[in-house]
Design a binder for this molecule. Structure first.
Ligand code: SAM
Length: 317
């Protein structure tokens, strides 16, 4: 766990440890040394944030689902219009070199073994305002076979196990460093470092230069991120079990916010999750020493999200 003591500095948006700070007079629902969670509508709350105050908006909004979750989802045919309302505010609150990272799973057309293009329509809409810095894919090997009618009953489609994550930015060179997300070298690469290799062109046309041999402290990760969502013993789930609270039905694994927060921010930066749910994003930010803001419309989810923080919660609201 990151030490919570290093941060009593003034950062502009708010002073850490000044827990009297509110977004324009709105009382936060809870706070920690690094962040504030607010109950309310993301659009209203974003409007209260100062311009250029956030380094990273990282979120998983409600998906355009035909089969809706308990918190309600927009219909696919209304989804782009629904989402569009947030775009000017997201742009306004982001710093010039900030990023907007959106995790949105694809959806199927009602009653048909075909996929909707709605999320791509949204991407085209977003591209009027933001650059697409890079597209990412989250592969969840533990995903259950669905939609069951097409996958496990009629067997005419395969398991849909990859979600899209778009990294969008206001400028073409947003703050980013892949040096902060290096992964351990694969055994084959380690062997190559030990035994050497012959520089030169490969049949693929890729030219392997002498620089290839330089060890850089880890491998550069691909844009396919693999995380299972099956950790039944994490602090949140055990907390929910003990408190007899129903866990949030659509959490993403902590590995997703952890990756993007390290990649796109540095300590002390501000991370906002406007559709906070169980506040996985805030928790990842807290652990990495980034300040965070989380908004959530439903009180039961926000209340449950406090279980992530246990002893870190600040009682001086
Ligand atoms: C996909 S979930 C986010 C899950 C979250 N990433 C996590 O790991 O727990 C989307 C959340 O957005 C919330 N939501 C929907 N509309 C909202 C709005 N207008 N303002 C704030 N939150 C909203 C829903 O209640 C839901 O909890």
């Amino acid at each position: 766990m990151t030490s919570l003591n290093y941060c009593s500095t003034h950062y502009g948006l708010f002073t850490l440890r000044d827990h009297g700070t509110r977004i324009n007079g709105i009382r936060n629902y809870y706070s920690t040394n690094f962040g504030f969670a607010y109950l309310g509508d993301a659009l209203d709350l974003c409007r209260k944030l100062p311009k250029s105050s956030v380094n990273l908006i990282l979120t998983s909004p409600p998906f355009p689902l035909v089969k809706k979750k308990e918190y309600g989802n927009e219909d696919p045919d209304k989804y782009v219009d629904w989402f569009k309302r947030f775009v000017p505010e997201f742009r306004r609150v982001l710093k010039r070199n900030g990023s907007l990272v959106l995790h949105i799973g694809g959806n199927w057309n009602r009653g048909s073994p075909t996929k909707s293009l709605c999320i791509y329509e949204l991407l085209l809409e977003l591209s009027k305002t933001f650059h697409l810095a890079q597209d990412f894919y989250w592969y969840n090997p533990a995903k259950l076979p669905s939609p069951s009618e097409w996958v496990s009953v009629r067997r005419i489609r395969v398991k849909d196990a990859v979600d899209t994550i778009w990294w969008l930015s206001k400028v073409a060179y947003p703050k980013a460093s892949n040096r902060r997300v290096l992964t351990p070298y694969k055994p084959g690469m380690v062997k190559l470092f030990q035994n050497g290799y012959k520089p030169g062109a490969r049949p693929s046309g890729y030219n392997i230069t002498k620089k290839f041999k330089r060890q850089n402290g880890g491998a550069i990760p691909p844009n396919m991120l693999m995380f299972s969502n099956t950790n039944s013993n994490d602090r949140y789930l055990t907390g929910c079990r003990d408190a007899k609270v129903e866990p949030h039905p659509a959490r993403y694994p902590i590995g997703i916010p952890d990756f993007f927060i390290r990649f796109l921010t540095t300590r002390g930066d501000v991370v906002l999750d406007p559709f906070g749910g169980s506040n996985t994003t805030g928790f990842a930010a807290e652990e990495l020493g980034r300040r965070w803001l989380a908004f959530e419309l439903r009180e039961n989810y926000l209340e449950g999200s406090k279980l992530r923080f246990e002893s870190l919660l600040d009682e001086r609201r």
